[in-house]
Design a protein around this ligand. Sequence first.
Ligand code: ADP
Ligand code: ZN
Ligand code: MG
Length: 488
Amino acid sequence: MSEYILTIGLEIHIKLKSANKMFCQCKNEQNFDNLVPNTNICPVCTGQPGALPTLSADVLEKALLLGKALQCKINETSRFDRKSYFYPDLPMGYQITQLYHPTNTQGQVSFFLDNYTNERTIHIQDAHMENDTGKMIHAEGQAMLDFNRAGTPLVEIVTLPDFRSSEEVIEFLKELQRIVRYNNIADADLEKGQMRVDVNISVRKSESDPFGTRVEVKNINSFGMIKRAIEHEKARQEKIYEAGETFTQQTRGWDDPKGESYLMRSKEDALDYRYFPEPDLPPLHINDETFKRLNTQEIVIPHNIIKQLNEYGFNKEYINALISDKTILDYFTTILSSLTTWSEWKPEDFAKLIVKRIAWPIAARMKENFATIDTLKFSHRQFNEFIIKAQAGSLMENQLKIIMDEMLSTGKNSEEIIKEKGFDAPAMDNDEIALLAKEIVTENPSIVEQYKGGKTTTIWFFIGQLMKKTWGKTSPKIAQEIFEKLLK
Ligand code: ADP
Ligand code: ZN
Ligand code: MG
């Protein structure tokens, strides 16, 4: 089959993490799992006659922050539009959105591809506010309605058709998640429906050809599914063109278990939304004061941080560990800057020493225990002291690991642990180590037998025992050599 070029544009809905729903005082719940249906509603969000919408200040605030983070032009004047359609989960009979004059337009997002080696920038057409619908629940042969979600605030981000591969889409979405999470704008969990992605896909033969007919694929809620849906749709379209046929613009749903898409509606039966300016809301004017505040407000652009980490020469595992959670990243930055004020060292000198311990075991431990970094049992100062000791170079890697582990479990000072374990004692000489190794071999005849019978992986048992007995003062490599000789 001949080569086709893939073109992708995204429409992404992100649930804002504001205190209130978009146009009423109802609480803006982030998670509906444990909420009794229809307990978080009012006349406005259920569309009762006569109820009027008022834009919640903190919804606007979050939307503007997102606009800024996406490097959008924030328009001094924008508007809301009414998008009418009939569906039971839409209590007002229309959705309030921003079609003609969105608040945030013309943005861009940069991110890395191929494990932080290649940089890519894609363009944002607009990032507009709109309210969410309720939920229709089908159970026991009945259709039921829950309006708890109705009226919760969304920003829909529309990108230009800039993407050329599913990898680009996934890496962009990960950066987008970091942007909203690091700036406390949204949680953007795909599985929880806090981020919903519609993927527009077309193919063409050459960059000089016009874009092909696009297909919008909906109902995708994990990165894995997004990748599968894109690859499948690309192949499906190529096959049609190869057969000399064409198709019309359409919306398709993704059936993940089947691994294929199905037609939802074609352009001919597209809904007519009868858009018109929302009469119940005045135009939205952003005043100078708000612009001033916005200009001084600090926004974290995760990509810039990743760039910096890249410049320190960190490998992808280190970068991944640091950026997985903003609190871990902040911890790294705090330790780094405090160490630089403590000593004559430049950040580059310490960066690798610190990240090594934070990536493993600190971040790993946090993840394992679902704990946050503020529950660490040792202080910044204690960690700094540990790093200075590691930098001095007199402790072996095994010993440093043991110290760190002990600090994590007990919160003791590294100094104290070093004394307890005898790490400050003069190094063991080889005879001493060999003696201990012999002891271990005589104490474990059955394992020796297994080893000699061909189960050579049992050597790790012996190595482990020796490491314990020497308090890590020997390296696994030396231990292996000793046992290989002893067990011959
Ligand atoms: P509409 O006005 O029909 O909603 P838009 O121009 O707003 O269409 O585009 C909607 C989405 O589809 C955007 O994310 C855009 O990038 C994407 N898109 C537009 N044309 C194509 C195409 N030929 N191939 C892939 N994606 C496209
Ligand atoms: Zn309400
Ligand atoms: Mg559009």
